[in-house]
Design a protein around this ligand. Structure first.
Ligand code: CU
Length: 464
């Protein structure tokens, strides 16, 4: 739900239509619209200014503007926010206008844009407009192109949105801390001709990472690489909304990466082409089909595909640690370790001790007590049971019955009879096994003992 905050009520700043901006209103701040709902907000049609085909921000929203004598005016408020990462866990983050990430800003190529930035953080900040062509003094680099915005103050950024494409915004002041706290947002500059590169659905989201210890709510801001929560727009599976589309829709997904590592983003059931990068639209002759595209740190990518295959298709980062939520990651591998007898002995000392991981890492069916405000490591129930996923994972739902422009969740896919993997209960032939370890070059030695017991030498003692 949108709520509207009035910074200068008496100045009539709430009047937002182009004609209604009075002289007093024009001199004042535009209202700061705040979002309090973590669900995906359907795209509002542009009320004034040049027409464009709006994007849908996954688990987010787009910032309303006012037209002021031909200038598109936005108001961003940098402030502490509480973001629900998924039902069952809230995080104390910093963001813009009530949320992390901040609202998506949508403008049209050639628009004159004015952005008021009010700082309600306990320290200075600035905003860098990542990827834009703009005057150097509007680039938002504290110390280099401007002084920091002190707490309680409002600065104005003003430039022409020259190059159409996919952009981001984020602080360039105490950057590691402020980005680790969730300060970032998406920016789309639509082409002047709204038929250019037109698609039926255009989803956008940012990749971000947090290090929040189980049982706590505030990210550790000095973490460099070992984050434990990997998010699409500061949401983790199963708290992430699905991307709901109509069969046959031309779909675009735009992704920006503001984490400290790369993310191979992978789509099931379809192949896509990369149609946009940091530098703009890719020439059609340079595109090739893929099912995974790696998005490096600081990069943006737009991928496009025809959603022609009905079903519930996984869409996720292919680094398997990034599809898990926070819990113990630094645990030894116990697969194949025989715990028989050990648990019994430990139970005498630690009554709640549980044997874990000797048959794999699966948490399916395990009920473990979690600290408060902590999500299970891999979770999410689908129609056939646990999906055993978390973090950067969502579902593309392709449906024949989905109406044009309808973004509501159609529920789980109903598979036609005979199209789901099934158990084989008939006879099984003995599977063929390789009898050679390495062909002619490294022939198998008969009778070689494969149960190696490797022990690292530790100085001159301990050799057996
Ligand atoms: Cu990843």
């Amino acid at each position: 739900m949108f709520t509207r905050r009035h910074f200068f009520k008496s100045a009539g700043a709430a009047a937002v239509s182009a004609a209604a901006v009075s002289r007093v209103g024009a001199a004042s701040l535009p209202e700061a619209v705040v979002q309090t709902d973590a669900r995906t907000q359907p795209p509002p049609a542009p009320g004034n200014g040049r027409h464009f085909n709006p994007v849908v921000t996954l688990n987010g929203w787009s910032l309303p503007w006012r037209m002021n004598r031909g200038v598109k005016e936005f108001h961003l408020v940098a402030e502490p926010v509480v973001r629900e990462l998924a039902p069952g866990m809230k995080a104390n983050l910093w963001g813009y206008n009530g949320q992390s990430p901040g609202p998506t800003i949508e403008v049209v190529e050639g628009d004159r844009v004015r952005i008021f930035v009010t700082n309600r953080l306990p320290e200075h900040t600035s905003i860098h407009w990542h990827g834009q062509r703009l005057p150097n003094g509007m680039d938002g680099i504290m110390g280099l192109t401007q002084p920091g915005i002190p707490p309680g103050k409002t600065f104005v950024y003003e430039f022409e949105a020259k190059r159409p494409g996919t952009f981001m915004y984020h602080p360039h002041a105490d950057e590691m801390v402020q980005m680790a706290m969730g300060m970032m947002g998406f920016w789309v500059t639509h082409p002047k001709d709204h038929r250019f590169m037109q698609v039926d659905r255009d989803f956008v989201f940012l990749l971000s990472g947090y290090d929040i210890e189980p049982g706590t709510a505030t990210p550790k801001v000095n973490t460099m690489l070992d984050f434990n929560l990997w998010t699409f727009n500061s949401r983790v599976f199963p708290g992430i909304d699905s991307m709901n589309v109509r069969q046959g829709d031309k779909v675009r997904v735009r992704v920006g990466n503001l984490t400290m590592t790369n993310h191979p983003i992978h789509l099931h059931g379809h192949e896509f082409t990369v149609t946009g990068t940091d530098g703009g639209w890719t020439p059609p002759a340079s595109r090739w089909p893929e099912v995974t595209t790696d998005i490096a740190v600081g990069q943006m990518r737009a991928v496009e595909f025809i959603a022609d295959a009905p079903g519930d298709w996984a869409f996720h980062c292919h680094k398997s640690h990034h599809t898990m939520n926070a819990m113990g990651h630094a645990v030894p591998t116990m697969i194949g370790v025989d715990h028989a007898g050990v648990a019994e002995k430990i139970n005498k000392l630690v009554p709640d001790y549980m044997v874990m991981g000797d048959k794999g890492g699966s948490m399916d069916g395990m009920e473990m007590p979690l600290p408060p405000n902590t999500l299970p490591m891999m979770t999410g129930d689908g129609p056939y049971g646990s999906v055993e996923m978390g973090g950067m994972f969502t579902v593309l739902k392709v449906r024949k019955e989905q109406k044009r422009g309808d973004y509501t969740d159609p529920g789980w896919y109903r598979h036609p009879a005979g199209t789901v993997a099934y158990e084989w209960t008939g006879e099984l032939a003995e599977p063929t096994r390789s009898s050679s370890a390495g062909g002619k070059l490294m022939p198998l030695k008969q009778g070689a003992d494969l149960n190696l017991n490797v022990r690292k030498p530790s100085g001159h003692t301990g050799h057996n």
